[in-house]
Design a protein around this ligand. Structure first.
Ligand SMILES: [Zn+2]
Length: 555
């Protein structure tokens, strides 16, 4: 029976409105408790003068997939990749995340028939807890539901799919773009109907919001907008904003507790849509509407970046610009296209500089920190090792002005960021990287939280943040974040100084939501028939028996 006592730490626990108070934290059998069941065998760590915060949570990453396996293959003879990214092995991914204080990561984009591959790889990432989002945006078995509404049938099918694949929620990504491209054509925008289906791609976002809320899943839909990093991204984003605002969604999400999400739509890597550098559309939307939230997508300008995407337009524009790297592409029957390649972010490239500045601009100008989450679209935009430096850009104008000197001044001269004096404080950073992602994912009861009953997941930083001026002494903060003294998961020390404890496996969080079971047999029979007729795999082959001690169902 393990018991851990952290004595006299400087605690930051935003869910419970604690910001810099001296307190003890007690963990017994993996959970934070008010007092121990008895005083026997208590391990004590004196954390006087040190800062204690919840562990970090990555709400948007690509850490286990067929595409990531391709990246490893593509990079096999690339020195920059092998050194800088340590080959992106499962163990190097785990160590990077743990070193930076993470205990939970979300793999944000997997086609249902490829989930087995993803879970196989996730199991090889030790210690960390994980979850998977299913990408069903091109999914032909849902065509009838997309055409005719049929919410009940859709939710019964979706719930079964989640249970079978042990996924956590839904990614909505360029609906039916793959189908469109079969005619070698990029559509103008998301309101253009396809040739093989008679619904509007933009309506898929609305339908998924309705299915998701009917199922009462922990997380909202997780949206990627077609044309990111291209001018079409902004047009499509604005179309979507207009569309969602025209719906009466006020009653769709009932009152929730402070540990649960408020949003019905999560926008992925929000830095990537306004490549002109003008973020007013997103800032105004979020400042007037709490039904939306977003992860920020910070850019780190690495020597080389893997690119894992399903976005056809981005791949076409990279090919047109003579990207020197090889490309893998796969079309997964009726589920969609996937791509993997490398690229390099360039400090002189206007679009790249705007993506960099956009993440900061959004973080500084959206009023409610709880509507945003830290992300680097890993590994697409930055390395986990870049996070301490990126956080200094938020906390110190001096730090970001210093970094900005090397960027394209022409592109930044009119950017909002250039004239902004705003700075976040340490508590904001804890919200952004820890508590807000937990809330958005609907797991705030357990994660991002140091209250009684939460998982004993936390970081001990060898710094007293109450005693230093972070805006000026940002390098001290970065160094304490770069060398987190202790990372603790469910009461176990998983990192102490340079030593890791990678014994445990971590859990796969999943949810099937809530649905009626009356019509289940007839709905699923039809789906099984559909697979038998039109697909090369049977519906049941997606089922994967997993040990119960690897799974954690969120209800
Ligand atoms: Zn992504």
């Amino acid at each position: 029976m393990s018991k851990l006592l952290l004595k006299n730490g400087i605690i930051f626990d935003p869910f419970n409105n604690i910001a810099g108070e001296i307190k003890d934290i007690l963990i017994e059998e993996g959970k934070i408790v008010e007092k121990f069941s008895n005083e026997k065998d208590v391990k004590e760590i004196d954390v006087k003068g040190k800062t204690v915060i919840p562990s970090a949570i990555d709400i948007h990453s690509h850490i286990a997939s067929q595409q990531l396996s391709w990246i490893r293959l593509l990079g096999i003879n690339n020195a920059k990749f092998k050194q800088g990214w340590k080959g992106l092995t499962s163990e190097s991914i785990a160590k990077s995340y743990i070193s930076n204080g993470f205990t939970f990561i979300l793999e944000a984009n997997v086609f249902p028939s490829l989930v087995k591959h993803t879970i196989f790889n996730l199991k090889q990432i030790p210690v960390l807890d994980k979850a998977i989002l299913l990408n069903l945006s091109n999914y032909w078995p849902l065509e009838l539901e997309f055409q005719r509404g049929m919410e009940e049938e859709a939710t019964i099918f979706l719930s079964d799919l989640l249970e079978m694949t042990k996924a956590f929620g839904f990614k909505v990504y360029n609906p039916f773009e793959a189908e469109n491209w079969n005619f070698q054509k990029l559509r103008e925008n998301l309101s253009e109907k396809g040739r093989l289906y008679n619904f509007n791609p933009i309506d898929i976002y609305e339908k998924f919001i309705k299915y998701n809320e009917k199922l009462k899943l922990p997380h909202s839909i997780h949206a990627h907008i077609e044309g990111y990093e291209n001018t079409e991204g902004k047009k499509n984003l604005n179309l979507l904003i207009e569309k969602i605002q025209s719906l009466d969604l006020s009653s769709i999400l009932a009152n929730t507790s402070k540990f649960e999400r408020k949003q019905i739509l999560h926008l992925a890597h929000a830095s990537s849509y306004n490549i002109d550098g003008d973020n007013n559309n997103i800032i105004n939307l979020l400042n007037n509407n709490d039904k939306f939230d977003l992860d920020l997508g910070f850019c780190g300008f690495n020597e080389i970046n893997p690119l894992i995407t399903d976005d056809r337009r981005l791949i076409n524009s990279l090919q047109n610009n003579a990207n020197p790297y090889k490309l893998f592409r796969s079309a997964v029957e009726f589920e969609g296209d996937t791509f993997a390649t490398f690229r390099t972010f360039d400090k002189k490239n206007k679009i790249h500089c705007n993506i960099w500045a956009n993440a900061l601009d959004l973080a500084l100008n959206i009023k409610n920190i709880w509507q945003m989450q830290f992300s680097i679209n890993f590994p697409n935009y930055a390395m986990v090792e870049d996070i301490p430096e990126i956080l200094t850009w938020l906390i110190s104008k001096e730090a970001r002005d210093d970094f900005m000197k090397d960027l394209n001044q022409e592109s930044l001269k009119n950017h909002n960021l250039k004239n902004s004096n705003k700075e976040l404080n340490f508590n904001d950073i804890v919200i952004l990287s820890r508590s807000s992602p937990a809330k958005s994912l609907g797991i705030g009861f357990y994660k991002g939280n140091l209250g009684i009953g939460a998982d004993g997941d936390l970081n001990i930083l060898n710094i007293n943040v109450n005693e230093i001026n972070l805006s000026k002494e940002y390098k001290k903060l970065a160094s304490s974040l770069r060398n987190i003294e202790f990372v603790i998961k469910e009461g176990e020390i998983i990192k102490k100084g340079d030593n890791f404890n990678l014994k445990n496996n971590g859990k796969l969080f999943w949810s099937k939501g809530r649905t009626k079971i009356e019509k289940k047999a007839s709905v699923l029979n039809k789906k099984e028939e559909f697979f038998q007729k039109y697909y090369s795999i049977f519906y049941d082959t997606m089922k994967y028996e997993l040990p119960t001690n690897f799974l954690r169902e969120i209800k």
